[in-house]
Design a protein around this ligand. Structure first.
Ligand SMILES: *[C@@H]1O[C@H](CO)[C@@H](O)[C@H](O)[C@H]1NC(C)=O
Ligand SMILES: *[C@@H]1O[C@H](CO)[C@@H](O)[C@H](O)[C@H]1NC(C)=O
Ligand SMILES: *[C@@H]1O[C@H](CO)[C@@H](O)[C@H](O)[C@H]1NC(C)=O
Ligand SMILES: *[C@@H]1O[C@H](CO)[C@@H](O)[C@H](O)[C@H]1NC(C)=O
Ligand SMILES: *[C@@H]1O[C@H](CO)[C@@H](O)[C@H](O)[C@H]1NC(C)=O
Length: 575
């Protein structure tokens, strides 16, 4: 694929350089944050009760019955619920043979022709059938799709539209030249999604937690959660500042103040009847490929230089897909990504910086990758559990300090000491911020078993703290890493299905848009890659996440912002 330097290429290069000069000022627009999010700061004044306080009409969950929302918060919550609406089967109990069967279903490329070029749309139609081969009449199946070229280590994800009649249309943007293959898989049939929705509302305690209480020689373990059923005496560990609820059953002999730690109690069993379990079978209807009924590949030709000239790199943060892999390197369509292949480049970028990583084990991977890859960044052995932290690494020569803290409960780590249970919002309030402060946050996986109000509330608290931090120190770099896809079996699906993650991710993107934070799209990076899905993605994917993260912290001096962010032969002239 390497081009020779023909006359055409040299001409292209000259045109490109002229375009850089002409458009170089454009990229400064990237630096101007959209500050619509600041309205949340105004709404937040708690000493002044809002005139418009009201409760949502939706069925409420436990501690959330008493949640008083301002008018704007209620409107936001309603618009979030509307965005999460997912079609359901028309009946409650569909027999297994009438549920979606990926083997009988198929997809076809709709607009197949011989003249695809980079930048074109590719459309795919999916027809769902049941186990008797009859067409499905309703939607609600959860699909994942990608286009890929194995020989180029290239991949990107597609966008699905559910026609709610058993057909789905998937839209791809062709982003690199060559032979491109389409893959579509059924993650769960709609009959399974219906059960996941029911579990989320009716069995929010299907993942449960415990705490050890201890004083002298007496110790007791009790069950804890966001909400506890029954009339037994409880300990109220609701956070006084954020109001995040957390409760444990009161130990019989000990006081609530003797709580020592927090750990995962376990996952409830027997959540589904045997008939319902049929909708969650590995090798049958969980993450199964859907066959194509015709050719599943297209040939994409590169753009000519005239076509290149008329293109512009997208300025919209909502561009879909946000990026794609080429030679296993993530390319972003809104911003040129630097590839931090050498540890010295990372050191140079982070020199003099204080980096805080907050959240779950998927952002702890950043800590692990950085300390393993950058020799000067030395992890301090403070005797803390490796998987829980808090973790700290220092490069005293270059003045780099890297921290990892897990988010507050519910957290399904093994054991977190009570004194280490901190809410991200409270931690952010303790940070001064400034141009040398970098903050990265990930929170999703441990909240997937709860009604979405729980997640929305958590994000609202974090957002308030983020907005306040950016208000006092506008130069602070704040990055949100999105959720990622993972391996799913019959059990994991009921607690951590990608469908739950996708719903939380949708909320997170909406709630954090327009407040001046930067997204690392771990979702697309995990789904577009050729490696099998894993809750903790492999190093190559983590490296690409960090490339995106570090490119935001230390952007390229020169932005080739006139490019659309599509791959062409031209690129090899620049990189
Ligand atoms: C919050 O409300 C109090 C009491 O009404 C008022 O004095 C204060 O100025 C308000 N603060 C902000 C930031 O609006
Ligand atoms: C499903 O709906 C789409 C869009 O309305 C329509 O084009 C298509 O023909 C329908 N398919 C079937 C099988 O009814
Ligand atoms: C728990 O404590 C918070 C304040 O810390 C209070 O608002 C809430 O009503 C308490 N909940 C219960 C169930 O006692
Ligand atoms: C970084 O490494 C990858 C894989 O080893 C390689 O393909 C790429 O060209 C390198 N990029 C830079 C900027 O060195
Ligand atoms: C800021 O973002 C919001 C959506 O988050 C959008 O509605 C608004 O038009 C944007 N404003 C500017 C000035 O870009």
């Amino acid at each position: 694929m390497r081009p020779h330097f023909s006359k055409t290429h040299i001409l292209c290069l000259i045109l490109a350089l002229l375009a850089i000069l002409a458009l170089v000022h454009n990229f400064y627009q990237f630096e101007n944050f959209n500050t619509t999010g600041l309205k949340w700061l105004v709404e937040e004044n708690e000493s002044q009760p809002s005139l418009h306080t009201t409760k949502t009409r939706r069925k409420l969950y436990c501690g959330y019955e008493h949640q008083v929302l301002s008018k704007i918060e209620r409107e936001e919550e309603e618009s979030l619920f509307a965005a999460l609406q997912w079609p359901k089967p028309p009946e409650n109990k569909v027999p297994f043979v009438r549920s979606t069967d990926p083997f009988h279903s198929n997809f076809m490329i709709l607009n197949n022709h011989a003249n695809f070029k980079v930048g074109d749309q590719l459309e795919v139609l999916v027809h769902m059938k049941d186990y008797d081969g009859n067409p499905k009449q309703y939607g609600g199946d959860y699909l994942q799709s990608r286009i890929h070229s194995a020989y180029l280590k290239a991949g990107a994800i597609g966008r699905t539209v559910d026609y709610q009649n058993g057909s789905y249309r998937i839209f791809f943007t062709l982003l690199w030249p060559g032979e491109v293959t389409v893959s579509v898989s059924l993650v769960h049939p709609s009959e399974g999604i219906q059960l996941l929705q029911r579990l989320r509302e009716e069995k929010p305690d299907r993942a449960y937690f415990k705490s050890l209480f201890k004083s002298g020689r007496i110790s007791e373990v009790t069950i804890c959660n966001v909400c506890l059923p029954g009339d037994m005496p409880i300990c109220n560990f609701t956070d006084s500042y954020t109001g995040e609820p957390w409760f444990c059953y009161k130990p019989r002999k000990l006081s609530c103040a003797t709580r020592i730690n927090h750990f995962k109690g376990g996952y409830k069993k027997g959540l589904l009847t045997s008939e319902e379990s049929n909708f969650f079978q590995s090798g049958v209807n969980i993450k199964m490929p859907i066959p194509s009924s015709g050719p599943d590949t297209v040939i994409v030709r590169p753009l000519g230089h005239a076509e290149m000239d008329s293109l512009e790199r997208s300025h919209s943060p909502d561009v879909f897909p946000s990026g794609y892999y080429y030679q296993d390197e993530w390319q972003q369509r809104t911003q040129l990504i630097r590839h931090f292949n050498k540890s010295s480049d990372i050191t140079e970028c982070l020199q003099g910086k204080l980096i805080h990583l907050f959240g779950d084990s998927t952002i702890r991977q950043w800590f692990e990758y950085l300390t393993a890859f950058v020799p000067d960044l030395v992890e301090l052995n403070l005797g803390r559990p490796k998987k829980v932290g808090p973790l700290m690494a220092v490069d005293s020569k270059h003045n780099i300090l890297l921290n990892f803290h897990c988010h507050g409960p519910p957290i399904r780590f093994f054991t977190v000491f009570s004194s280490e249970l901190h809410y991200i919002a409270n931690e952010l309030n303790r940070i001064v911020g400034g141009k040398n402060t970098v903050i990265a946050i990930t929170i999703w996986s441990h909240l997937s078993t709860f009604p979405i109000e729980v997640y929305i509330r958590r994000l609202r608290n974090i957002r308030r703290a983020v907005v306040r931090l950016l208000d006092r120190s506008p130069k602070t770099h704040i990055v949100i890493k999105t959720a990622n896809v993972q391996e799913l079996g019959p059990e994991v699906s009921l607690f951590n299905s990608d469908w739950y993650s996708y719903q939380l991710d949708t909320i997170m993107r909406k709630m954090f848009s327009g407040i001046g934070v930067y997204f690392v799209d771990a979702w697309e990076m995990s789904l577009a890659h050729h490696l099998p899905h894993k809750l903790h993605p492999e190093d190559i994917i983590v490296k690409n996440q960090l490339d995106a993260f570090l490119s935001f912290v230390c952007p390229l001096e020169t932005h080739y912002s006139f490019l659309t962010g599509i791959h062409n032969q031209m690129w090899s002239l620049f990189v």
